[in-house]
Design a protein around this ligand. Structure first.
Ligand code: NAP
Length: 276
């Protein structure tokens, strides 16, 4: 199946920067009508101007997705402005890099709030409109941008992995449930991605294992994969070599993957010991 997004209304969360912003630009070039959301109104306004200059239809609906009234308003304003909603791309998210022993309940709850409850509850609000799109003869979809952390628990990313595992689980459950509404529920699993602003992406950055954030996969490539998932209706896509390696390894050689994860922790433990 190939989905034609020309003239279709797509709500993209996390559109102010990173993967979401780049996915929005790609969709605009394909002729989609963009409803863009994030908290940074200024960044969204700049993106809308950029997209309009390309001849695209786009509008910003700023808001905090952890606030129920904002989720309701964003969807209501999208439908009021464009008349319908055909696809939802759940891309907004945060990360927390650091050991569980130095974390707190507040951080765990905050990560779960943004990465799990917000997209899930936004999906609940959007679903009736997506059903209407199906009844109108299209193939609506929800694209959930999770992470390979949703398929394997990675040391020093415990809160993040918990949130993304929960997100992956509900994605799979809803995929079955939403069949009767004609809504496809798709999953994208990026690995480590280069951020536009690491300080805003990470709630904390005190992890001890080595992660090469600077040398990570460009967000352009991940945005491409997100858009391709929507166009080609890909049920699940691990993006980039690192993500694919963990995804494939979990299925066929989980002990090897576990060894590499443990080695990262041993290495940092050794570094800490020699420092003392
Ligand atoms: N970067 C990585 O290494 C990586 C790896 C795997 C998966 N992912 C996933 O890919 C997605 C996008 O990541 P990214 O690298 O593009 O991150 P990013 O550059 O930090 O962008 C995150 C986006 O989420 C929005 N956002 C955060 N909290 C929000 C809230 N409470 N309400 C509304 N919007 C909120 C941010 O906008 P405002 O700050 O303006 O609200 C921003 O637009 C996330 O779900 C992330 O977990 C990223």
């Amino acid at each position: 199946m190939r989905r034609d997004v020309r003239g279709r209304v797509v709500l993209v969360t996390g559109a102010s920067r990173g993967i979401g912003r780049r996915a929005a630009v790609r969709l605009a070039k394909l002729g989609a009508v963009l409803a863009l959301t994030a908290r940074s109104a200024g960044d969204l306004a700049a993106l809308v101007s950029e997209l309009k200059a390309l001849g695209a239809h786009a509008e910003a609906f700023p808001g905090d997705l952890t606030v129920p009234a904002d989720r309701e308003r964003i969807v209501a304003e999208t439908v009021a402005k464009f008349g319908r909603l055909d696809a939802l791309i759940n891309c907004a998210g945060v990360c927390s890099f650091g050991e569980f022993s130095t974390s707190s309940e507040e951080i765990v709850r905050k990560v779960l709030e943004v990465n799990f409850f917000a997209p899930v509850e936004l999906t609940r609000v959007a679903a009736p409109h997506l059903t209407r799109s199906y009844e109108g003869g299209w193939c609506p979809a929800v694209v959930n941008v999770a992470s390979i952390c949703g398929r394997w628990g990675i040391p020093s990313m415990s809160e993040h992995c918990a949130s993304k595992h929960a997100f992956v689980a509900i994605t799979e459950a809803l995929r079955g449930e939403f069949q009767r509404f004609g809504i496809d529920v798709l999953l994208v699993l990026p690995g480590l991605v280069r951020s536009d602003d690491l300080n805003r992406h990470l709630l904390r950055n005190d992890g001890k294992i080595h992660l090469n954030f600077e040398g990570a996969q460009p967000s352009d490539e991940v945005a491409d994969a997100v858009v391709r998932s929507l166009l080609k209706n890909r049920t699940e896509k691990a993006v980039g070599f690192a993500s694919w390696w963990v995804w494939f390894g979990k299925r066929f050689f989980p002990r090897v993957v576990r060894f590499f994860m443990q080695r990262k922790v041993w290495k940092y433990a050794k570094r800490e010991k020699t420092k003392r």
